[in-house]
Design a protein around this ligand. Structure first.
Ligand code: 5GP
Length: 120
């Protein structure tokens, strides 16, 4: 599979619209189309990596950039009192889009905290 085959590949190339909140040479972040909280966005690498299980030591800097960006954008989006991150990986991890992404989501201060994760 190449990035051409995923929805996120199409978003990177501008072939389908998205609500972008950040872009640089390596990364893109945009709102999730089906938010599960007040704020819910995705951080993706422009490089095609299908899943977290496919990363190599070569990707260390890129992965670091993705994680460093999460709290910066979370704060910009109003998540000033905490947020949740998730990387669903593979079939058993319930990954739907096979282009690596970090979910960042949460409710704004004054709203209710996210419910506890059951793990089920
Ligand atoms: P996964 O289950 O792979 O971790 O999450 C994929 C996420 O991508 C889902 O939360 C889903 O709502 C989001 N998504 C799927 N298709 C689109 C799309 O076309 N545009 C945007 N912005 N998000 C999408």
């Amino acid at each position: 599979m190449t990035s051409n085959d995923t929805i996120f590949g199409k978003i990177i190339r501008g072939e389908i619209p998205s609500k972008k909140i950040y872009e640089d040479v390596d990364l893109l972040a945009f709102d999730d189309i089906h938010p599960v909280a007040d704020v819910h966005f995705l951080i993706i690498p422009k490089k095609f990596i299908a899943t977290l299980a496919d990363v190599t030591p070569e990707d260390a800097t890129l992965l670091g950039k993705m994680l460093l960006l999460a709290p910066v954008l979370a704060k910009e989006q109003g998540l000033t009192d905490g947020f949740r991150t998730a990387i669903n990986t593979g079939r058993m991890g319930r990954q739907d889009v096979y282009h690596l992404h970090i979910h960042v989501f949460g409710n704004r201060p004054g709203s209710v905290p996210l419910s506890t994760m059951t793990g089920a």
